[in-house]
Design a protein around this ligand. Sequence first.
Ligand SMILES: [Cu+2]
Length: 778
Amino acid sequence: MGRTARSMVVVAIVGAGLGAGGIGAGAVRADVPIGTYLTPFREDGATFDPSTGAFAGGHYLGQSTDANGCVSDGSSISPAGNPDAYRCLPAGATMVQLADGRVLYWNALEGTENLSADARDKDGLPVSAVPDGGRITVNDESRLLSDPTVAPAWSVPTPRDGGAHHTSTDEDLPLPAPLAATHYAYNNGSLFCADQVLLANGDVLTSGGTDYYSEPSFPGTDKGFIELEGIREVRIFDVAKNAWVQAKPMNHGRWYPSLVTLPDGRIFVASGVTKLIKPMYPSHVADSGTNVRQTEVYDPGDNTWTDTGTAGERSLPLFPRLHLLPDGHVYYDAAGQDYNPQGQAYDEATWNVAGSWDPSTRAWTDLGIPGVGTPFPGFRGSTFSAALELRPATATVTTYPAASFLTAGGVLLPTPGSYVPVADSRISTVTTDDKGAETLSTVGTGDLARRRWYSTAVPLPDGTVFAVSGADVDEVVTPGYESPIRADELFVPSVDSQGRYSGGTWRDVGEQARSRTYHNNAVLLPDGSVLIGGHAPIPSGYHQTQDGPDLPGRPGTNNHHDPSFQIWRPPYFDAARPVVQGVSSAPAGRLVIQTPDAAHITGVVLVRNTAQTHLVDGDNRTVKLPVLARSSGTVTVAVPTSTNVVPNGPYLLFAIGGAGGDPARDIPGQVVPSIGRQVFVEGTDVPHVIPASSHGNQTLAAVAPTRAVAGPERTRGGREAPVAATPAAATIPATELRAEPVRSSRRVPTTPVSAGVAAVLLLAVTATRRELLARRRR
Ligand SMILES: [Cu+2]
């Protein structure tokens, strides 16, 4: 173990010592389990063994897979022209619930699986993330998963990596040859680090992604110092064609930006950083040292991006937690991702202040610091920001004067704030008065049962919030030395006599079967269950892929990608659920639900289809629609009259069986949702809801899957059942990787490299030199 690795272990142990318990952690409760975890499953048909927690027996690319879903021994891993670069199954680091029932997902950090201890570069030297990462990574693969609840099957979009290639070298540092940056055609357009939203027609738009390269290159070797650049490229996944198409690029390269759909169907993008590790831009020096302050709006009608001007600029964290408020403004919930190696921004202190952006004036308004009066006010890093159910002001109207957002866990304050996660949890609410003025208020809730970094949230149709996966310390600070958290938790909000959120409690759910830390993910499925996936960690110690050490009471982490999925069924699967036989749009903003359970249905919720990555789903919303009338076989509900509340696009519709009475006062967690029906909201002036089957753009089961495995056996309130695997022959085509690196020769004015970068660079060069000397001695 090298010195760096040893110091990482020390940091991790110190972090662990700060508390199981620790800052704000509540006692672990014994009220588990609730709901049901089904057996994990994987694309290669491998069988999950519950006694060992491991997969075995899978097949991929005509070979047997190992426990991590990879083929071959990794000894030949040069990406150029080498199909082995894609020798591992992709993980669901980004996941989108499409309106045709399939889940579109893609990997993160593809190719870093090849940074194993026994891998060698062209000179026979060991490989490592910092000197080799710019070359060894490859564009991330995307996948389509159909029928995850009954008979999972996979197919591959065209092209499988999204098809974008970043050809600009505008941001390269002015290094003389042979130190000049080296770019590669096979990893200059990764989907990794883009954000994504579902467009009004059900297609998926992604903004940005990653261009990996070496800058500088180390003369005489194929090594360099890794850089990750946020690209401008924009891709749209065309659902009907199962194909990625290229849209107009943004005006700014963005790595870790956030997207929000505006009421008029345009898409707002904010933040991201152009160069992650060395954010210096000789051609526009004023933008150096911080994230992209400029915000832009995309118009799907004419395929253009427009800067919002000086008033629209704001320094924001990476993947800022943004939401569309029911007054039509974009809200920044004073949360995001703040730590990135060497990429901290000089103006991070401003991220403590929540804000609201008005599309009509294109200007931001500060809303104050959330959490004042709670133990930990201000910015929160690496937490989710989950939109709680939008509840109508009264039992019969569709006005929504307030929107509330739950954050829990994560780390405190901007750099150099704590890198130790907390268990603190709070609800921030923005209330808009009759004159349009916004007020921010925050209430604390009960703590999580454990300090939790990077947990993904999935708001459920019964008004509760499922928090899944994560780790006990910040993996980006100490990759490979975090301890995964498999125990998931469920938040049940409380409401006051006015129907406003007044707090709530967290309770333990049970343990999922797999360890999922960085780039974990989850989406709400149409039946109301949760599809848990993802896990694409940073190589241990920013060096090689090595699982973390087990310590007493603190399991080590899985440092390999996890391409498996697992389904969790919330407790309402054990209740009698209302039945929806059909939905139809009616005049005057009404929606009619055909149901034999009309007498018991107290409302309907529309849940925007999940499109999540990095704990971010900017369009996530659950909108409660009040009941206006009922007959023996129908319930008529009111659709909100503004696209501020329900922007166009795909939603899952759930009828809610309550205890009866006022639907605005239904208690979250005490109502039972139906199976979801896929609908679309359309109409820019007067929104209306139509079934997906009458929506033209969606082609159900558009393509036959290329491979299929038997799904998890379905259980009801019982134990997990084993997966019966029937692996099919591999049909993944050979990679389209290009053979030759593209060497940049562009010259730009000199800019000094920061001391931190220089120090890390020196370490990397020294390590490489040490290896060269050792090899010479051999
Ligand atoms: Cu990431």
